[in-house]
Design a protein around this ligand. Sequence first.
Ligand SMILES: Nc1ncnc2c1ncn2[C@@H]1O[C@H](COP(=O)(O)OP(=O)(O)OP(=O)(O)O)[C@@H](O)[C@H]1O
Length: 725
Amino acid sequence: MSELRVLSKAITRRSKNDSLRNLNARRSAIRVCRNFRGSHRLCVVAAATVQAPTMVSGTSQPSPDEIRNNRARTKAIANSTTAPKYSAVGLNQKYSGRFFLVASRALKISSVLGAFALAIFLDIKLGRDDAQLRARAGQLRDALTDLGPTFVKVGQALSTRPDLLPGVFLEELSLLQDALPTFPDEVAFKTIEAELDRPLNEVYSVITPSPIAAASLGQVYKAKLHDGSEVAVKVQRPAILEGMELDLFLVRIGAQLVDNNLASLNTSLTDLLDNFAERVYQELNYVQEGLNAERFQDLYGDRVDIMVPSIMWESTAMRVITMEWVDGIKLSEQQAITDQGLDILQLVDIGIQCSLRQLLEAGFFHADPHPGNLLATPDGRLAYLDFGMMSETPESARYAIINHVVHLVNRDYEAMARDYYALDFLEESVDVRPIVPALAAFFDDVLEASVSDLNFKTITDGLGAVLYEYPFNVPAYYALILRSLTVLEGLALYTDPNFKVLGKAYPYMAKRLLTDPKPQLRDALEELLFKDGKFRWNRLENLLREGRKNDGFDANKVIGPLVSLALEGDENKLRPLVEAEAVRVVEALVVGGAITNSQEMPAMEGIPEPVRQFLLEQRTSGASSRISDRDLLALRAQVLTVWRLLTSTRGFDPSTLQPLVEVVQRQSTQEFGRHVTQGLITRVVARGVQEVLRSSPPQLPGTFLSSPTHQARTQGAASMWFSSA
Ligand SMILES: Nc1ncnc2c1ncn2[C@@H]1O[C@H](COP(=O)(O)OP(=O)(O)OP(=O)(O)O)[C@@H](O)[C@H]1O
């Protein structure tokens, strides 16, 4: 019911607030409805409502507002092609002849940072304690704020690097987003007019006389457009590029000095700096930020509980961005959120699910998801702000991360260590064998609990400890996403000290493993489900139980990947395992059904000595069924549980088993079927043999198959199979 409320509010808000002015907003509202499965009727009504502007006129043409907005977007993109790009060589050329300018800034930076470095040096020499370290972290934050936007950005970037800085510094630097100094309003308003080439009062009917927020690169005003809609206007700080260029030029010299003199550092600071500078330059282009917001909306806006502000392109340019105003409370203001009657844990869960999709599905993710950029809207949605810094996870890394979790669950530390190549943590030339004992030492301890019970911070801290000791290089995207999940977990821990981010992430992982048809995930699923030549039904049961908790989990999507895993997997490796398992399962279902139906074993009498001898040989030749009755019953129960779970999962439709029939009819699968049948016959004969040998006294030949007990048992088996299944 709450989903219904959120949906209808979302639609009302969109219709009322921006009259569905741009195509994006309308597209997303329609998608919201399409994806909302709770009430078909509501969806139809809602879709009709949001489509109304175009439906009424009977055409699918965009409205005049949309046409204007699209034109303005095209123009803004064309103008932004002149946006400056970072070039280390270019900066060298620009500043190498400007000695006094460079020297005075270098003096300022080295005096502030030098004093800090000296204090740290003395701390180390004098062996000062942890409280002192926290104080130093606070001093570093103040020093960076004092040095201006470049250093604030450097500090924000460092706050995501557990491989470079200890925990207290990360915490303190993550506070850098708040309370930065403002710049004069007249300058801001002049910038708007110059960028948009229109007088301020032509662009906005009202604008707040002073900013409502000041951030590292710009400050934000609240305003109204002439059609009455409320907007946020972000204006860039004056001359920010010039200041940053000089700072980046100087910091790069410092990074090169460290790289050349500190051989023990695993990471190249110069490379890190270049990567960082490229991102900051992108962040300075607000047209790019607007495009990022729209891409984010396109990829993840189908979730009814996620909100992304629409961009007003007619009042957006390289240094000014105007977007839909988000009425909401920052996730960091927990008391205010609770006072509104909203559930912080639910909001955090929305954030986690969205982060997982960003990281592991599309790969396009918000690289700066600090609590100030996440707002709780009054109707319970999570709004994302600030799309200046986005990052992309390469596809190979997305799968490598899922595989890494599977290896963690399996406690396969050798595979975990090898994952670091695929994750791009290590060069292929590095020998990972020495890492295995370190991983085992750490995870054997923490894995006492089940993985979903683990605190995320424990894992990242533990990995951090391993990272310090080995030549690791954590790619920026990985550190950023780790941080976003840690931030969310940190927020939840205030409310619930037992909150476990991995517990919330596991359903997503389970869903991906069970439903994603990509070969990389088939391999991961195979690793998870088969061990020591056996299929682990409890794992499949667990994956199904967890996957069902995730929104959008659809039973029908599970069947395809499972069937292809079973019947189309690696011919040589997996096929014999699947065949053996198929025999076991059929035996469990048929014979197990019979056992539960009649616990009494039939009396086998009158077996002549030569036949008895032959049967004995069969048993000792290894053809006999080694599965005990107890195991058989347990297996049967587990298989039936999995079947019930599957059939009771949302969206299960027996007709989707049709592909199974098609697969079974294929030539290659018929071969498989023959093997299973042969195996089954052997097992059933062998089981009969065992029963015969167990039984006494002897009976006349021919009475076994025609005995009433046997007939009853066979009928029992069949009826049990069909009724239970
Ligand atoms: N659309 C919006 N609706 C309401 N408030 C907004 C909106 N956009 C920005 N703000 C407010 O302005 C603040 C700063 O905005 P934003 O994070 O986009 O700026 P920034 O310069 O990119 O900051 P950062 O230092 O995080 O890079 C936000 O924390 C929020 O309080």
